[in-house]
Ligand binder design. Structure first.
Ligand SMILES: [Zn+2]
Ligand SMILES: [Zn+2]
Length: 340
């Protein structure tokens, strides 16, 4: 089989390998589609936390090709989507209910490949059978949507609240959609007007197109009563100056969700007086948890989010770097790798 291997920054190679064989509890999936993700792009252009060479890609769906000893939940030929992690449920953080902080939460990479091994823990907990009506592209959105579902669940969005989403990449657009579904009035900001048009389609009531001259905080506050600010500000860019802007957009008693991961070693400064007297809540969120993966899969099954809005161009595995570069330029929300 063919698979993509990450050898370092801007060095992803397509290599031949044996089709994996499943051990006890494991399954092997023949991938039908793999979606590009901002994390893959970061890995490709900036490097990653694991030492190369290693596999790459984590948003795929396909058909069960082989099952290991003891697997009863799935059979050969089943159409499935497997999430990229499953927590241990044994460590301190898992027991506290913070499964995304699990000390043993390896990311199952290798979705850019014709076949992929799914570890037992993921088979047991975060792999789902597709209904006949669900297509592979739709199912492959489970992982990114699960992250946005978790982030949304971690902030108190009430019906009638005003929520700003800063950054309309794939995850930001999912936040727009989820906040809208929760009954909030959503403001979306981005530099890219095409993305803002999509935000409107997904439920944003207002958009703010950012230019170098835009005072983003003033523009967002102007869309709130008496300019008091929004109830919830979501940061979905991973840029430190946007972390600060999001903090300045919330009203007294408001909550800021810091979702976009920044470069290692990044710091920002907040106004402590405002933090204290305006009683601002800030929340960092990383990845997702199994219950939110399940919720994301359910939302996709009910078409609350449609892949047609998120997935643009298709490529073969040989052109994976072209697909990643196009994603990096922001020309598309996501790209899709298809297998023969
Ligand atoms: Zn992803
Ligand atoms: Zn754990």
């Amino acid at each position: 089989m063919k698979r993509a291997v990450y050898h370092g920054i801007e060095d992803v190679r397509i290599e031949e390998a044996a089709i994996p064989e499943p051990g006890p509890g494991e399954i092997v999936v023949q991938n039908k589609v793999t979606l590009t993700c901002g994390t893959d792009v970061k890995m490709f252009l900036r490097g990653y936390r694991y030492d190369p060479p290693h596999l790459i890609g984590h948003e795929a769906s396909g058909v069960v090709h082989a099952i290991g000893e003891g697997v009863t939940a799935f059979a050969i030929g089943d159409r499935v989507v497997a999430h990229n992690t499953a927590p241990c449920h044994r460590c301190y953080y898992c027991k506290k209910g913070n499964q995304s902080m699990c000390v043993d939460l390896p990311s199952n990479l290798g979705a850019y490949a014709e076949y992929q091994l799914i570890p037992a823990r993921i088979v047991n907990e975060t792999t789902f059978l597709l209904q006949d009506t669900m297509d592979y592209e739709q199912a492959a959105l489970t992982e990114p949507l699960a992250c946005a579902v978790y982030g949304t669940a971690e902030v108190p969005i009430e019906i009638g609240d005003t929520v700003v989403v800063n950054g309309c990449g794939p995850i930001g657009l999912m936040f727009v959609r989820l906040a809208h579904l929760r009954g909030a009035r959503v403001i979306a900001t981005d530099v890219n007007t095409k993305r803002l048009a999509l935000a409107t389609k997904l439920g944003a009531q207002h958009t703010v197109a950012i230019t170098p001259e835009t005072d983003q905080v003033a523009a967002v506050r102007a869309l709130t009563e008496d300019g008091r600010g929004v109830d919830i500000a979501i940061e979905a860019t991973g840029l430190p100056h946007v972390w600060l802007l999001a903090f300045d957009m919330v009203c007294p008693g408001g909550t800021v969700l810091f979702f976009g991961g920044t470069k290692k070693g990044t710091t920002v400064e907040f106004d402590c007086t405002r933090f204290h007297y305006d009683q601002i809540t800030t929340k960092g969120v990383f990845h997702t948890t199994p219950i939110h993966v399940r919720a994301a899969f359910e939302l996709l099954a009910m078409n609350a989010i449609r892949h047609e809005d998120f997935v643009q161009n298709s490529y073969g595995l040989d052109d994976v770097t072209t697909a990643l570069r196009e994603h990096a330029r922001g020309d598309v929300i996501k790209n899709c790798i298809r297998y023969a």
